[in-house]
Design a protein around this ligand. Sequence first.
Ligand SMILES: *Cc1c(COP(=O)(O)O)cnc(C)c1O
Length: 356
Amino acid sequence: MSRPVLATLDLSALRQNLLTARRAAPDARVWSVVKANAYGHGLDRIWSALAGTDGFALLNLEEAILLRERGWKGPILMLEGFFHADELELFDKYRLTTSVHSNWQVKAIQNARLHAPLDIYLKVNSGMNRLGFMPDRVHTVWQQLRRLHNVSGMTLMAHFADAEKPDGITHAMQRIEQAAEGLDAPRSLANSAATLWHPQAHFDWVRPGIVLYGASPSGRWQDIADSGLKPVMTLSSEIIGVQNLKAGDTVGYGSRYRAGGEQRIGIVACGYADGYPRHAPDGTPVLVDGVRTRLIGTVSMDMLTVDLTPCPQAGIGTSVELWGQEIKIDDVAHAAGTVGYELMCALAARVPVVTV
Ligand SMILES: *Cc1c(COP(=O)(O)O)cnc(C)c1O
């Protein structure tokens, strides 16, 4: 391997995080959410570590077909359903459970020629106003679907906008109750945050995503620090250059960082073209040779710079953790004004990945 940047995926952490999610919702079955190429981890690399799940949830047909081709025989939930009516042929062939969030999808299911009926997830708009039927429409649509030969199992599904907040699901739960009134319907409501923090939303199937990968649904690592969840992805590299600054010397594009006195800095082979956030400010935590230090200067496409003051032993070839077990992806994301979800999904294709 030439350039030293590397993503290492800890599959035992993934397995353990699935068990942690199960323990949080012991009476529910689990859809492991693996959309967006398993949150940037690579679906093909990691799905078998999650094979103890009850089902996989995602939204890209190619990814669903990949799971079938690799031998997954259990349920697959397509979170956004089909995007065009002609995809129903593949939903039929690969036995995919589809979400139904719009009237045109009801008609498309009615008119489809299937070999066997499909399971459907009827989506309620919980107030987030993304996908789903308004609560007062749900009864009618449920009855329409119930009558169709092409429909077998039916579940009510909704998604929460604010489940990381202590009172965050109250309003949404009222709307879901209104929608479900008089229907004897299994329910799937809970994302990671509700799986961890709102047991009253567990019902029949939970849908954890981010916690499987060992980051916090709230964006704050402290909120899951005691949960037993473990980061799956480590992004690491090495120092490939060292500079000795004098007072007033600047670092990188825009000369954003200016040394206050003599200072040794390390140049790390990792930049925004690897997926490290360009908006990370001076002070963003970085681990060098096992010692916590800080980013200084603007992140470049292929490099970033770190303060070597706390680790004078470090030099060319010293190992650097950008995020992983010690430097939490949540903390890097927070510093850069985003969430761990985005950083994981943005891991660049040029970064080599190994699983352990
Ligand atoms: C992404 C997604 C999830 C998982 O969300 P996390 O916050 O990662 O747990 C669950 N349900 C739906 C509909 C989603 O789109």
